[in-house]
Design a protein around this ligand. Structure first.
Ligand code: FAD
Length: 468
């Protein structure tokens, strides 16, 4: 006889664990199946959190090297204790994953360790089979939520089994600073991890097949960021393809073709060429669960798949692969199952690149507005003119506001600069309330703060900027 639950979630990442907690809060008996030994998924274990921990640590290291003296702080050249930096990151992951486990306990969510797959039981009910260390277990769920996330894409001929070739998880765990790290892929993961190892002393080369790095980012922001990263010493080759990787006694030789035709010798390769939904072995075919052309699970507005009673969220379905998207979908999916009808606003998913300076954006880019033929006004404010940015010593970048020509309604906000990742939340909130640039201009912003740059850029949109 199988254990019976109202909801069985497969995958304990930000999508899965948030869905489980919310469903338990709403009174459901919930089980989560997770194949890793800890909860938190890609985000906590090999994504958002460890990458930000190393970005922060390496930023302090770079500041100590290059910026402290400007503040009158004199010290001998700082030295790197990489093992300690990695331990700090690992401790942080451990504390956060334990935090999720304790939330499970508090909400009486049953955790099954093992690999889950679907098995048709009857037309209307679905069984989950959990393959664990001690054998197979069968769980019966009235509803099943798939939240198995995504895995890195492997490039043919560049195998993760080769010494020195790996994906993000490997680059978050290097035991020594590479002499020369070659990053394949100029998306946010490649640029963030490339920045970490550059700051810690590696030579870093980034190769991107497309002509534009960060293709979905406002072009003015992306090109300004790239110039800044090149100034920091990253060697960036866009419009260039890796055609072969050969092992040699000294490491790896990478052949590049395209705008840059050359051979590069390196000791580590980070493949950051995208991620694909983790659907293998889930038993989707047997249950007739439809996938789209990119292998994502097709869902309707309730996150229901083509099999009755089976739902999917997060990296498995359409949209950007981001933790905050997965978490919001989790709550909306579970609340809809409980009979209410909240919605995820897919037009307002903020996107962030945690480089130095940071990029943060929400809404339409200038290129998208032009393509759509939308009449718009734009206003910009440089951090160079911000008192707080000057005090911080971080004056690179700007805030760019795009608003509807007639109504002034905010259509897009793009920030390149210090703490952009925090500043963007104000823009997301105001855009969710359908605010206009005039509204922003009337809201008092504390002085001196970086947030004033958003107000000034909004004022610039209506020709009333005070400080620029
Ligand atoms: P996941 O987090 O991938 O969780 C899926 C879980 O399912 C995993 O724990 C997996 O072990 C488990 N699983 C898979 N198959 C099975 C099975 N058959 N049975 C049982 N368990 C299974 N996003 C951001 O928003 N901000 C960031 O700063 C950010 N940085 C990132 C940095 C890196 C280096 C990477 C790789 C990703 C980053 N992301 C970031 C993306 C983010 O991690 C994902 O979008 C997010 O984790 C997706 O959540 P999810 O719940 O859909 O899937």
């Amino acid at each position: 006889m199988a254990d019976e639950f109202d909801l069985i979630v497969i995958g304990g990442g930000p999508g899965g664990y948030v869905a489980a907690i919310r469903a338990a809060q709403l009174g459901s008996r919930v089980a989560v199946v997770e194949k890793r030994s800890t909860l938190g998924g890609t985000c906590l274990i090999e994504g958002c959190i460890p990458s930000k921990a190393l970005l922060d640590s390496s930023e302090y290291f770079a500041l100590a090297h290059h910026e402290f003296a400007k503040h009158g702080i004199l010290m001998d050249s700082p030295k790197l204790d990489l093992a300690k930096m990695m331990k700090r990151k690992d401790d942080l992951i451990m504390r956060l994953t334990r935090g999720v486990a304790s939330l499970f306990k508090k909400h009486q969510i049953e955790l099954f360790r093992g690999t889950g797959r679907l098995a048709a039981h009857a037309k209307t009910s679905t069984t989950v089979i959990v393959e664990g260390d001690t054998g197979e277990q069968r769980l019966q769920g009235e509803k099943i939520l798939l939240a198995t996330g995504s895995v890195p894409v492997e490039i043919p001929g560049i195998s993760f089994d080769t010494t020195g070739i790996g994906h993000a998880r490997h680059a978050l765990e290097y035991q020594q600073v590479p002499d020369h790290l070659l990053v394949i892929g100029g998306g946010y993961i490649g640029l963030e991890l490339g920045s970490v190892w550059k700051r810690l002393g590696a030579k870093v080369t980034v190769v991107e097949m497309l002509d534009d790095l960060l293709p979905n980012t406002d072009r003015e922001v992306a090109t300004t960021l790239l110039k800044s990263l090149e100034k920091q010493g990253l060697d960036i080759h866009s419009g260039t393809k890796v055609t072969a990787v050969e092992e040699s006694s000294d490491g790896l030789r990478v052949r590049l073709e395209g705008k840059s035709d050359l051979a590069v010798d390196c000791d580590q390769i980070l493949v950051a060429a995208g991620r694909k939904p983790c659907t293998e072995g889930l038993g989707l075919e047997q249950l007739g669960i439809a996938l789209d052309d990119s292998g994502r699970i097709v869902v309707d507005e309730n996150y229901a798949t083509s099999r009755s009673g089976v739902y999917a969220i997060g990296d498995l379905i359409h949209g950007p692969m981001l933790a905050h998207k997965a978490m919001d979908e989790a709550v909306v999916c579970v609340e809809r199952l409980a009979g209410t009808s909240p919605e995820v606003n897919y037009n307002l998913i903020p996107g962030i690149v945690y480089t130095m300076p940071e990029v943060a954006a929400v809404g339409a880019t200038e290129e998208q507005l032009k393509q759509q033929g939308t009449a718009y006004q734009s206003g910009k404010f440089p951090f160079m003119a911000s008192g707080r940015a000057k005090a911080l010593g971080e004056t690179e970048g700007f805030v760019k506001v795009l608003a509807a020509a007639k109504s002034g309604r905010l259509l897009g906000v793009h920030i390149l600069g210090p703490r952009a990742s925090e500043l963007i939340a104000e823009a997301v909130s105001l855009m969710a309330c359908e605010a206009s640039v005039e509204d922003v201009a009337l809201i008092m912003h504390p002085h001196p703060t970086l947030s004033e740059a958003f107000k000034e850029a909004s004022l610039a949109c209506i020709g009333s900027a005070i400080h620029a």
